[in-house]
Design a protein around this ligand. Structure first.
Ligand SMILES: NC(=O)c1ccc[n+]([C@@H]2O[C@H](COP(=O)([O-])OP(=O)(O)OC[C@H]3O[C@@H](n4cnc5c(N)ncnc54)[C@H](O)[C@@H]3O)[C@@H](O)[C@H]2O)c1
Length: 344
């Protein structure tokens, strides 16, 4: 799924002369055919090592299931190439740490697939936090919900996400790692976490998680993460309470989604609802995007990574950011299994 979206982004970057798409690997012939439809690569192969070891390739993008990331990331680092890896980095926190340590030992650009970082609404909220123009942030609540992304719920979908051995966790790790990244990006690292999880659909990973987070900055917040049977609705609602304002946002992963909303309520004033098209355009212009014909925020993320590779700059968000998000999620799982508040 996400590999096809990245392939489309790479095609656009190739059309604009920003990248040359050399090789793509997938053991599934159907996936290779779909990839070829979205982007023209010089060759397709069923063997990822062929791509990773190809001396004509500078950078490797890893978009395969989570359980395969570790070996592919380590092989890419071994080859000295720059890399992009989708989130979550790995099913277990021990592997995540191993990958983050390995990346920290290299000087090559490495970026993680936290595409919400390229969303105009999240960027605006992050600036409100950074500028302190609304006072200091006090608290937040973030709700993530999405259809259960597995074949028994969504016919035709791959099913590794409902198997703990392959996914490592459910809604919280697989989806709300984005939420963990957003709140650590805005409010700094988490220090104490209390959580509970449920598995309503009966898989061996959770489809409901509630997490109470305390950040080192003093900000406190809650994350609610749900995988259910509902398709076609917005996937994230974020409310942030500052000393002098309340901010509410709803976002989807599609650019210009009808679900997008943004409201800033200051003292003694009518709610301010910034024009979303203008907000989006300002953000894309600031990023210097040469086109607007993209559907997902993966395109600006991919372009940012390609520029980091070409300019030999660290990718962002990088593995250091991913480690903070994974620390929060790992603490939540430890709290849910022990029933006590834990240090992150
Ligand atoms: N950033 C995001 O918003 C986002 C969205 C969706 C998925 N993801 C992440 O991307 C990854 C892939 O998810 P998906 O939904 O695209 O999965 P998917 O099951 O739809 O597709 C995975 C593809 O990888 C192929 N594959 C399996 N093993 C491989 C290997 N060793 N080397 C190369 N290809 C291999 C499969 O044949 C399949 O074509 C996961 O880690 C997932 O969590 C991130």
């Amino acid at each position: 799924m996400i590999g096809q979206i990245h392939a489309d982004g790479l095609r656009k970057l190739a059309e604009d002369g920003e990248v040359v798409t050399v090789g793509a690997a997938d053991p599934s012939e159907a996936s290779r055919t779909a990839t070829a439809h979205n982007c023209s690569f010089e060759y397709l192969t069923d063997d990822p090592t062929q791509v990773i070891e190809d001396p004509g390739i500078d950078a490797v993008m890893i978009t395969s299931p989570t359980s395969t990331h570790r070996d592919l990331v380590l092989a890419t680092l071994e080859s000295g190439k720059a890399l992009f890896c989708e989130k979550p980095l790995a099913p277990s926190f021990a592997e995540v740490r191993e990958l983050c340590d390995a990346v920290a030992m290299t000087a090559r650009p490495a970026q993680v697939g936290f595409h919400s970082r390229f969303h105009p609404i999240f960027n605006r909220i992050q600036r409100l936090v950074e500028s302190a123009e609304l006072g200091v942030p006090m608290a937040y609540t973030l709700r993530d919900d999405q259809y259960w992304p597995t074949g028994a719920v969504v016919p035709g979908h791959s099913s590794w996400r409902s198997d703990r051995a392959q996914a490592g966790g459910g809604a919280l790790l697989e989806h709300s790692i984005h939420a963990a990244d957003i709140v650590c990006w805005m409010f700094g690292p988490a220090v104490r976490v209390s959580a509970s999880t449920r598995s309503v659909f009966g898989y061996d990973v959770e489809d409901v998680a509630t997490v109470l987070v305390e950040h080192a900055s003093g900000v406190v917040g809650t994350i609610l993460s749900v995988f259910n049977g509902v398709r076609g609705r917005e996937e994230r609602r974020f409310e942030v309470f500052f000393e002098n304002a309340a901010v509410e946002a709803t976002t989807d992963f599609i650019v210009g989604a009808t679900e997008d909303s943004f409201l800033v309520q200051r003292p003694d004033a009518a709610p301010e609802r910034p024009d979303l098209a203008a907000l989006r355009e300002d953000h894309f212009a600031e990023l210097g995007l040469p086109r607007r014909d993209f559907v997902f925020y993966t395109y600006p993320a991919d372009r940012h990574w390609v520029h980091c590779v070409n300019d030999d700059k660290p990718g962002a968000p990088g593995f250091d950011a991913a480690l903070r998000a994974h620390e929060l999620v790992d603490a939540a799982y430890r709290s849910a299994s022990t029933g006590v508040t834990v240090s992150a």
